[in-house]
Design a protein around this ligand. Structure first.
Ligand code: 13P
Ligand code: SF4
Length: 362
């Protein structure tokens, strides 16, 4: 039911499924309460206490670019790490901390635990999920795979441990095109899940034939090609940088498409002084640090009004706060657990991803 029907005929069951998915996402969004803004004094107090706890517990913060700038700064100041999801996985596995504090969303914490079963993995909140993960439940996904046994199953890292365990390969956006290119050259047929925009983008770039699961990121899906075309007219000198979870019309207008780290690198290396950026606004903190003096403009979304809960800002990434990070470290609460057997199974495609990434061309 989830295969994208290229004739664009949507069955009643498809629609029911999509409505069920939206309700599920909405229910989770309703729980995604953004943390209150702490005063300067509170922030300083949390920072001091967190630094002490990190030292005492031999812990490190591994953060994604979309989380609050305070958390990103603290991660880097204390010898931790800020990066895209592939780099976070790698850093968590390679560092010699006893405790990893993953500031991001659930699948990132699970990946860290799978790759480092002996480390304690904590998160500021376990409520922070991802619309792609939510829209790819294991039972349905398994049926989809069973119906296409001749396909190689490639899943995006934004999935549960159970979905990863069912896959042949896991990829992140930074290596998805390279990996599918490689598999297609070996003559493999690909089943891809869950992000339909990223899947369709990989298909266009590689020419590989792929069966696509039908889910989307609620943040990137909001970027609109029409508004972007208008904005490009207002800033004709600006280069457009887009994350591949964005819809096809947006990606067609982009001068560069890549993972969050690749977007930051492009902003540094492109000669342009202005950039229109189609990804979560959390990345602007790092963009401004890495490319000082350049101007970054948020790509237009469907609704910039008070109603919009995911316009260029992931509500789940936004749930990570200094206070929760502190509390989790102090109490050992919000620990990520992955069933041991499931973790071992999920480790196989994750390890393939890491080996492939280590050997690919720069
Ligand atoms: P990156 O791997 O590019 O950081 O993407 C993760 C993500 O969730 C983007 O929405
Ligand atoms: Fe998931 Fe989108 Fe949030 Fe990334 S931005 S974690 S893909 S919901």
């Amino acid at each position: 039911m989830r295969e994208i029907d290229h004739t664009r005929v949507t069955s009643v069951v498809d629609e029911e499924r999509l409505i069920a998915d939206s309700l599920l996402v909405k229910r989770h969004l309703d729980r995604a309460v953004p943390p209150g803004v702490p005063s300067a004094r509170e922030r300083a107090a949390y920072r001091g206490a967190i630094m002490e706890l990190l030292e005492r517990r031999n812990a490190m913060i591994v953060a994604h670019y979309y989380v609050d700038a305070d958390l990103q700064e603290l991660a880097e100041e204390t010898g931790g790490f800020v990066g895209d999801s592939l780099e976070m996985a790698r850093f968590g596995r390679d560092c010699d901390a006893d405790v990893l504090l993953v500031a991001g969303v659930r699948f990132m914490g699970e990946t860290a635990k799978i790759l480092s079963p002996d480390k304690t993995v904590l998160m500021p909140t376990l409520e922070a999920t991802c619309s792609l993960d939510l829209a790819c439940p294991i039972d349905e996904f398994s049926r989809f795979c069973d119906a296409h046994p001749e396909h190689t199953v490639v899943v995006y890292a934004n999935t549960s441990a159970a979905v990863k365990a069912r896959a042949d390969w896991v990829v992140t956006s930074s290596i998805a095109v390279d990996l599918v290119d490689h598999l297609a050259a070996e003559g493999e047929k690909i089943l891809w899940a869950p992000d339909r925009h990223l899947g369709a983008y990989i298909e266009r770039v590689t020419g590989a034939e792929m069966l696509l699961w039908d889910a989307a990121c609620i943040v990137h899906e909001e970027f609109k090609a029409r508004g972007l075309r208008d904005l490009v007219r207002v800033y004709p000198e600006a280069a457009v940088l887009a994350h591949p979870e964005s819809p096809a019309g947006v990606l067609e207008l982009a001068d560069f498409v890549g993972s969050t780290t690749q977007i930051i690198r492009a902003a540094r290396e492109f000669p342009n002084r202005q950039f229109i950026v189609a990804t979560d606004q959390g990345i602007f903190h790092k963009l401004q640090m890495e490319a000082p003096g350049k101007e970054f403009i948020v790509a237009p979304t469907a609704g910039n009004g008070a109603e919009c809960r995911s316009c260029a800002s992931c509500p789940w990434m936004g749930m990570n706060s200094l206070q929760q990070l502190h509390d989790s470290l102090e109490t050992g609460g919000n620990e990520v657990h992955v069933d041991f057997q499931l973790g071992r199974q999920a480790m196989v495609p994750l390890q393939r991803m890491l080996d492939f990434a280590a050997n690919r061309r720069p």
